[in-house]
Design a protein around this ligand. Structure first.
Ligand SMILES: Cc1cc2nc3c(=O)[nH]c(=O)nc-3n(C[C@H](O)[C@H](O)[C@H](O)COP(=O)(O)OP(=O)(O)OC[C@H]3O[C@@H](n4cnc5c(N)ncnc54)[C@H](O)[C@@H]3O)c2cc1C
Length: 382
């Protein structure tokens, strides 16, 4: 079997790796419009969070409980170090702390509940609203995302059955007589038994049928912050979530093994947009985050902001998460919507996509929208 993967972000790279490891696959072609990995990929950022706890959401927490181990497995396979289990601290109300802890321990995560007094004493540099407790997950951390993508591309480049095709923009993917046909912008084509489309926020343009109208494009602003003082203290922190007046702000700490600055953002800095334009952060959103974090980080100093960037992702409209779809009777598999947390789930998602593409029995992922892929009408059949 010959499989083509379009898109060299975290999903495409890990899906290609899974396909290489699947029995019966003779050749895997990985195509990207840019270099592999591409600096434009949503995944190609400095840090991405891996954590299990999603407050009041048992299903998502259960699914995410496998992410920590899955990333350790990826590191082992590639022989590279890019996942740093810094832990994750989620602020919760004191009355919910024991229920959230029970959820986490039930799904096998290692975690502790911290009282409001513990939180205030252990994390004096963060401002938690009066009376806030927290849950500290040890089986959580951050992936040095750019390093991880390089390690994946390197591993693939060493496999004899893999062909990497950087700088090849794909303009259409069709199923023709049981084969998948990828058409390049320069008019060339690549035909294989199966095609996987993992084109991140660009996937709408490549998809058959009307799925595009079921997807919402989001744009999120993130500040890069180097604390002007006490930098070492910030390097001993976990990822912290559930901050700010409505509990939607988060930051990624300094990771001692990296020169990446802290990353600060909030769900309120994420908004639906019509199209992808630039990556610069408009002043309005930069000011919004500065104002928010001046109440979250003690002695927050705007002079420590060393950058601000915007990123994009697509979400399925009704459930608000990722979406796997297929057309051409399973010839083409498309990760149509990556959603805002597919990096941490990427090893599980890649397994689910690869199992389907190679025709193996799908291993459980815990991700409902992945486990029940949507069938699309073939091009022209709508
Ligand atoms: C600001 C921000 C913060 C986030 N934080 C987290 C987090 O902490 N944890 C988490 O789990 N998730 C997080 N996410 C979500 C996560 O980053 C994405 O879900 C994930 O990276 C998507 O990966 P992907 O491989 O699907 O897409 P991408 O990484 O975007 O890769 C798509 C690839 O397809 C290529 N491509 C596109 N079109 C074509 C074409 N026509 N021809 C050829 N190649 C093409 C692109 O060049 C690119 O390399 C965050 C997202 C944003 C925006």
């Amino acid at each position: 079997m010959r499989i083509t993967v379009v898109g060299g972000g975290v999903i495409g790279l890990l899906t290609a790796i899974e396909c290489v490891r699947a029995p019966g696959v003779d050749q895997v072609d990985l195509v990207d419009a840019g270099p592999i990995p591409s600096p434009l990929a949503t995944s190609n950022d400095r840090l991405r969070v891996v954590r299990a706890l999603h407050r009041n959401d048992f299903a998502l927490t259960t699914a995410a409980a496998g992410a920590h181990t899955a990333w350790l497995d990826v590191e082992r396979l590639l022989g590279a170090r890019f996942y740093h289990p810094t832990g994750a601290l989620t602020a919760v109300s004191a009355e919910n702390a024991s229920a959230e802890l029970a959820t986490l321990t039930a799904v096998g995560a290692k975690a502790w509940a911290l009282s409001p007094q513990d939180v205030a004493a252990w994390y004096p540099r963060v401002h938690f609203p009066e009376g806030t407790a927290a849950v500290l997950e040890a089986t959580a951390g951050v992936v040095l995302a750019d390093h991880a993508l390089v390690a994946m591309a390197h591993w693939l480049g060493e496999q004899p059955q893999v062909r990497l095709h950087p700088h090849r923009e794909v303009v259409s993917v069709t199923a023709v007589d049981g084969a998948g046909v990828v058409r390049y912008a320069d008019g060339g084509t690549l035909t294989s038994d199966r095609v996987v489309v993992a084109a991140g926020p660009w996937s709408r343009e490549l998809l058959a049928g009307s799925v595009g109208s079921d997807l919402t494009l989001y744009r999120q602003s993130v500040l890069s912050y180097r604390p002007p003082t006490c930098r070492r203290n910030w390097a001993e922190m976990p990822v912290v979530l559930g901050l700010g007046p409505v509990g939607d702000a988060w930051f990624m700490p300094i990771v001692p093994q990296s020169d990446a600055p802290m990353r600060l953002s909030a769900a309120s800095a994420c908004r639906p947009v019509d199209e992808m334009t630039d990556r610069g952060t408009p002043d309005q959103w930069r000011h919004h985050l500065i104002e928010l974090f001046s109440h979250v980080i003690q002695s927050f100093d705007p002079a420590g902001i060393v950058g601000a960037t915007d990123g994009y992702y697509l979400s399925e409209r009704t459930r608000g998460g990722p979406l796997l779809a297929s057309y051409g009777s399973g010839t083409v598999w498309a990760f149509a919507a990556c959603g805002g947390m597919s990096f941490k789930f990427a090893p599980q998602i890649a397994r689910a996509i690869a199992d389907r593409a190679v025709g193996a029995a799908p291993r459980p992922t815990g991700l409902e929208s992945i486990d029940r892929p949507r069938q699309l009408a073939a091009v022209g059949e709508e």
